[in-house]
Design a protein around this ligand. Structure first.
Ligand code: ADP
Length: 247
């Protein structure tokens, strides 16, 4: 997609759990080149929406389009190969493996799925090193992942997601549990990647960070989109203040 064009389009998507409507006829567009925020109170449907987009959960109704294709019936790994990346709130690194091995790990699965040739391998180590340098962890490449701080592990995860060259990254609480000294670094890495053409959809509870980093900001409440727009406007929207920010 060209800058400003719709990259991800969620169209009238719903998902119920028993009698509970977690995502309620939701429509949301993420445009190429943006760092779009998805905020809202606990239980508003943010994680469910991420799972619907990545394919961890099937939608009950509606359509999801990514980069010009309908993806809501595709298996999660197919969506991943189309350029949809995701990082996780709970770190899923292999703590006993080195940082470098962790960054390359997603490719093992990707190769098995697509029968990529071994010729790619030489580039992998190189690419892993570039990505670790990019997130500022080059000097930790040979260390055990489990020995890094929580915030550093989040940066390793980001490098891991980048290994698959995503067009869009769904980021789940990049700042959650991260020590303040690394927060600025994480925001800077997201900005750099964005400048290099990666689009982001970010769930984050740190509102000052969201307002600083993201544009537009989409606000969910009760599985519905209650506001969307530039951070300055959303921050002052009475509906948002009432449902969320003022709470
Ligand atoms: P958020 O990420 O905004 O906190 P969630 O998407 O996790 O919200 O949850 C939205 C609603 O759906 C909540 O009421 C939650 O309890 C419910 N929910 C989420 N996942 C499940 C599930 N697997 N089974 C039953 N209810 C669920």
């Amino acid at each position: 997609a060209a800058p400003g064009e719709v990259l991800l389009s969620v169209r009238g998507v719903s998902r119920r759990f028993g009698g509970l409507v977690a995502v309620d006829d939701l429509s949301l567009d993420v445009r190429q080149g943006t760092i779009t925020a998805l905020i809202g109170p606990n239980g508003s449907g943010k994680t469910t929406l991420f799972n619907l987009v990545t394919g961890g959960l099937p939608a009950d109704s509606g359509e999801i389009w990514f980069d010009g294709r309908r993806i809501d019936r595709l298996r999660p790994w197919r969506r991943c190969h189309l350029g949809l990346g995701r990082s996780y709130q709970v770190t899923r690194l292999f703590k006993d493996m080195t940082v470098r091995e962790n960054v390359v790990a997603p490719l093992a699965d990707a190769r098995w799925r697509t029968m990529l040739s071994d010729a790619v391998r030489g580039h992998e180590a190189e690419r892993a090193r570039e990505l670790l340098d990019l997130v500022g962890l080059g000097r930790f490449a040979g260390q055990q992942a489990g020995a890094l701080s929580y915030g550093q592990q989040k940066l390793v995860e980001l490098a891991q997601v980048l290994m698959l060259e995503p067009k869009l990254i769904l980021l789940d609480e990049p700042a959650g549990g991260v020590n303040p000294s690394l927060l600025g670094r994480i925001a800077e890495v997201i900005r750099e990647l964005n400048a290099a053409g990666v689009t982001f959809l970010v769930v984050e509870h740190n509102i000052p960070l969201v307002l600083d980093l993201c544009d537009p900001v989409a606000v969910l409440a009760g599985g519905r989109l209650i506001a969307e727009g530039p951070p300055g406007r959303v921050r002052e929207d009475p509906v948002v203040l009432d449902a969320y920010l003022g709470a």
